[in-house]
Design a protein around this ligand. Structure first.
Ligand code: UDP
Length: 335
């Protein structure tokens, strides 16, 4: 199978590339290396069935070249990470809305099927015990940049549904809930790699707010096979599927568990949100997925425990503290 991936040098993208190559796919990646990193592809750069192009999803010709001849497309490219979105809302809006439209058009014109990566952020401040795909979205003020990501991804989904309904584009959507694992960087906010890095360096673990906000972390090694199976299911077209962890934990408890498990001498400190992000920043207090729909479709049943996740991320961080720069075999899109 010929598979094209936008954002394939991202944290999830790199794991997806490895998974698809192991399945026998021919894999082509387009990434502009804004948040993507060549290190995420280090193990596959010389693989004979792997092709990498450096370019932007706003560049129609680059996207058309990527998608041409592909059987399916995974659209992972996005401006992600709360820090990035708060600091650069315009870039996030342009990439996440216009970029997605470019990818949808290219898939439609080439006849490829499409898997769109969406996010649990779209549920916003809905603190339900069990967010299912029909749950309401509760977003804060349109004047707050934090919500622009959720707004943009909601529009992406609306575009995808419309392409399915009006043009018959075979497109499925996955909503990812706090996917974590080795090679994720904490640079753009993500809490698990950040706290683990702090614990390994014996620095204070920075817990934002009161630390009682909760999340359900899922392991990239559980998510990637599920995404792949959903992409191969015709009954998934025109539909969205939650993919998240099943264990809810507060950020304070997460920090405590990391310190304990890694036997760290770090203390835990509380950092006010306005100091961590910006004045008026609003967090989500809780985000708990209902995975029934993805379980029914592809048997999604995340097995990796939080302790296993923490240990695998810590192990990878220890090994990559002084990374060798990877040799780059990258084509640069000429447009
Ligand atoms: N967070 C934290 N310390 C950090 C980074 C993040 O306490 O150093 C908090 C953040 O405010 C949020 C939670 O951890 O409540 C998850 O943050 P992340 O950015 O990983 O994901 P998201 O907010 O998108 O769920």
């Amino acid at each position: 199978m010929k598979t094209a991936i936008t954002g394939g040098a991202g944290f999830i993208g790199g794991h997806l590339v490895e998974h698809l190559l192991a399945q026998g796919d021919e894999v082509s990646v387009l990434d502009n290396f804004s948040t993507g990193r060549i290190e995420n592809l280090q193990g596959v750069l010389d693989h004979p069935r792997f092709h990498l192009t450096e370019g932007n999803i706003l560049d129609k010709v680059a996207v058309e070249n990527l998608v041409q001849g592909a059987d399916r497309v995974f659209h992972l490219a996005a401006a992600v990470g709360v820090t990035l979105i708060v600091d650069h809302p315009l870039e996030s809006l342009r990439t996440n809305i216009h970029g997605t439209e470019v990818v949808l058009d290219a898939a439609l014109n080439s006849g490829a099927s499409l898997l769109l990566a969406s996010t649990s952020e779209i549920y916003g401040k809905n603190v339900s015990d069990s967010l299912d795909e029909e749950s309401d979205r509760i977003l804060g003020s349109a004047l707050k940049s934090r919500w622009t990501y959720a707004a943009a991804k909601g529009i992406d989904e609306a575009f995808a549904y419309s392409y399915w309904h009006e043009f018959g584009l075979r497109v499925a959507i996955v909503r990812l809930f706090n996917t974590v694992g080795p090679r994720q960087t904490g640079r753009y906010g993500m809490v698990v790699p950040r706290l683990i890095k702090q614990a390994l360096a014996s620095e204070p673990l920075t817990v934002y707010g009161d630390g009682l906000q909760t999340r359900c972390f899922s392991f990239v090694g559980d998510i990637v096979p599920a995404i792949t199976r959903i992409s191969a299911e015709p009954s998934a077209y025109g539909n969205a599927f939650n993919l998240g962890g099943s264990y809810e934990i507060s950020i304070l408890s997460l920090a405590q568990r990391i310190v304990e498990l890694l036997d760290s001498s770090s203390e835990i400190i509380f950092v006010p949100y306005e100091q961590a992000y910006a004045a008026g920043f609003e967090d989500m207090r809780r985000r708990v997925p209902n995975n029934s729909k993805s379980r029914a479709l592809v048997g999604f049943d995340p097995k990796t425990t939080l302790d296993e996740i923490i240990l695998s991320v810590a192990d990878e961080q220890r090994r990559s503290t002084a990374p060798e720069p990877a040799s780059r075999k990258v084509e640069v899109a000429s447009n």
